[in-house]
Ligand binder design. Sequence first.
Ligand code: FES
Ligand code: FES
Length: 273
Amino acid sequence: MDRVNFTINGKQFSAGAEVSVDTTLTEYIRRCADLRGTKYMCLEGGCGACIVNVRARTASGEPLTFSVNTCLVAALSCEGWDITTIEGIGNRQKGYNIIQTRLNNYFGSQCGYCSPGFVMSMYSLIQGSDHHLTEEQIEKSFGSNLCRCTGYRPILEAFKSFAVDPDPKILRKIKDIEDIDNLICPKSGVKCGGTCGNNDQDWCLINAHVMGKEEPVPKKISLSDGRLWFRVNNIKAIFESLDQVNGYSNYMLVAGNTSKGKIFFVNVNDLSQ
Ligand code: FES
Ligand code: FES
């Protein structure tokens, strides 16, 4: 039986028939991977509490880094993804990531419920950019993160301090003067030159995790809820999968956070039609 394979914070996971088609990545991360740092509230893509970072490849094989609202993503959609949660970028034991530290220094966290989502959004923004973010780009990137406590100003000021054009007033607010410069290495304490060779380490701000090659073979999984799940990589494979169900069954294209379908499921009871 085929299975969907992905990593969470570098650890290998695989999902198959034991997972229902409705199992979201939020549920999988919290219940199966037992990582409760990723929060949830609205479960409809509106609050940003559930955001994590994903490294994946486009259909043409290009590496891509982005944030996802895990409540909108089916766990079965994650084939080949390298997922990083808030626990993966820094914690009390191994030390906090500079984004977590900066949010704290700017008093951008009160109850803390929204903080993992905000931090992982910012982490994904930095990872997916050329480290040349402006204040405006940063501000516009947080339209889907909600905070009920802080009033947003301290959060945005913390994150705008990573901009190439930060307001000097924002920089003056930072508590630790050595933390002012952009992209200070959390390990060496000096400005990142991008050449030390440690960018496969979790603590590295420009972490350039090397991804495995995406498995190009289409997958077909019979789920415990009586449905079939097809995982495909291209349009040809979609039509080949439709041929397998005679083109008569009800099906739904599933692609969390986008309007393009790469995956679909059918009800096996329809196969006799
Ligand atoms: S729980 Fe609100 S966006 Fe996912
Ligand atoms: S700090 Fe409480 S919801 Fe943002």
